[in-house]
Design a protein around this ligand. Structure first.
Ligand code: CA
Length: 229
C-alpha cells in the first residue's frame, strides 16, 4: 500500500507543476477579429436559403426574424418540391410543452423560391411518405398541432392519434413509419398496411443525406427535418 501511495505522490509532484505554465511564458496575441454584426442574444436571423451542390446561393428570403421550424417535401400528384418555414415571435418550453407566439407560415416552391399557397395551414405538420410512392403525406399530430384535419386542396393530410415525435423509415416494412405517444405513456408506431416502396422512395432511403438525417434524432433537431426530398 505504501508503495502505491508513493507512486501516486511521485506522479502528482512530477507532472502537476508542468501543467502550470508561468504567465511570463505566454505571449498572448489576437490573430484575427471580426464583428458578428449584432449583440449576442440577438443573433437569431436565420433566412430561408437554398444552396446548390457547390455551396452557391440559389434563392433566399426572410432575412428577419427567427425561423423556428420547417421542412421540405414532395407534395401533390406531381410530387412538386415544396419548402415550408415557420417564423415565430417567441417560444417557451417546460413541463407543459412548447408554446409559440406570433406564428407565421411561409411556403415556397423548393427549387425556384416562388411563394406557394397550399390551401391549408402547415404549422405542426410532418411530411412522411406513408405509402412509399415517393411523395409525402402530411401527418398531423405534433404536440403543437393537435386537432381536426382541415379541408385539403392539393395535398394529403393524415391525422395520427396521440402526439407524433418521429416520421421516417425505422422498420423493415414498406413506406415510412410514424412514432407517437400519449401522455399516459403509450408509444405506438404507425404504418400504412397497403404501402409499396416505389423506386423513387427507395432512392430516397438509400441517399446519404437521408441516412445522415436519421442520426440527428438525439440532437434536438426537429423531427420534421428527417425526410428530405
Ligand atoms: Ca406517399
Amino acid at each position: 500500500m505504501k508503495r502505491v501511495c508513493a507512486v501516486l505522490c511521485w506522479v502528482f509532484v512530477r507532472f502537476l507543476p508542468a501543467a502550470v505554465v508561468p504567465a511570463a511564458e505566454i505571449d498572448l496575441q489576437c490573430v484575427t477579429q471580426f464583428s458578428l454584426g449584432a449583440p449576442l442574444g440577438q443573433l437569431r436571423v436565420v433566412p430561408m436559403v437554398l444552396f446548390d451542390g457547390e455551396g452557391r446561393r440559389v434563392w433566399s428570403d426572410l432575412d428577419k426574424g427567427h425561423m423556428d421550424m420547417g421542412w421540405v417535401a414532395r407534395l401533390g400528384k406531381d410530387g412538386r418540391g415544396t419548402a415550408m418555414a415557420i417564423r415565430i415571435g417567441g417560444k417557451t418550453a417546460g413541463p407543459q410543452g412548447f408554446h409559440r407566439t406570433g406564428v407565421e407560415e411561409f411556403v415556397y416552391d423548393a427549387f425556384s423560391g416562388q411563394p406557394r399557397k397550399l390551401g391549408f395551414p402547415v404549422f405542426g405538420s410532418l411530411p412522411v411518405d406513408l405509402n412509399g410512392d415517393g411523395k409525402h403525406e402530411l401527418v398531423l399530430g405534433l404536440a403543437s398541432r393537435e386537432g381536426s384535419v382541415p379541408e385539403v386542396q392539393g395535398g394529403v393530410l393524415v391525422k395520427v392519434p396521440g402526439r407524433v415525435v418521429l416520421g421516417s423509415k425505422i422498420l423493415d416494412r414498406p413506406g415510412e413509419q410514424v412514432v407517437s405517444y400519449t401522455p399516459e405513456g403509450t408509444v405506438r408506431i404507425w404504418t400504412d398496411a397497403s404501402a409499396r416502396d416505389s423506386e423513387a422512395a427507395q432512392r430516397r432511403y438509400r441517399h446519404r443525406f437521408y441516412q445522415a438525417n436519421q442520426r440527428l434524432t438525439a440532437t434536438g433537431a426537429n423531427e420534421i427535418n428527417l425526410g428530405g426530398l
